[in-house]
Design a protein around this ligand. Structure first.
Ligand code: SF4
Ligand code: SF4
Length: 113
């Protein structure tokens, strides 16, 4: 299995370079005082993706809501999230690509093991 640092490096290389809150060079320009959910929930995201194996994104999203959004302080007791509704959460916005990066990182590790 890849290490957390290998997952983190792969995610930052792909997602931060693409993120509209990033500087285009992998740097982060999220508003001061805000925390990126992809960083804040990093370990739970890896566990969530590793708990699913599907060609469809829905089961991954279902687990994301249960394992990450449920413990995120941005989610209301009713299960809503203003950041999600406004596509302001990078984790939610890029989640299909995040799943892909995590699974590709595993595959590369297996092929080179
Ligand atoms: S908001 Fe998150 S995903 Fe976007 S650049 Fe910053 S750390 Fe990366
Ligand atoms: S979608 Fe909302 S509740 Fe889920 S991780 Fe992002 S900010 Fe937190």
């Amino acid at each position: 299995m890849p290490t957390n640092e290998e997952y983190r490096a792969a995610l930052e290389r792909v997602i931060c370079a693409k993120c509209i809150d990033g500087g285009g060079d992998g740097s982060c320009r999220i508003a001061p005082g805000r925390d990126c959910a992809m960083r804040a929930h990093f370990t739970q995201i890896i566990d969530t993706v590793n708990s699913v194996f599907s060609s469809s994104v829905e089961p991954y999203v279902e687990q994301l809501r249960k394992k990450v959004c449920a413990v995120c302080t941005e989610q209301s007791p009713g299960g809503g999230c203003a950041l999600r509704d406004e596509t302001e959460c990078a984790l939610d916005r890029y989640f299909p690509l995040i799943v892909q990066v995590i699974e590709e990182t595993q595959l590369k590790k297996r092929l080179h093991a």
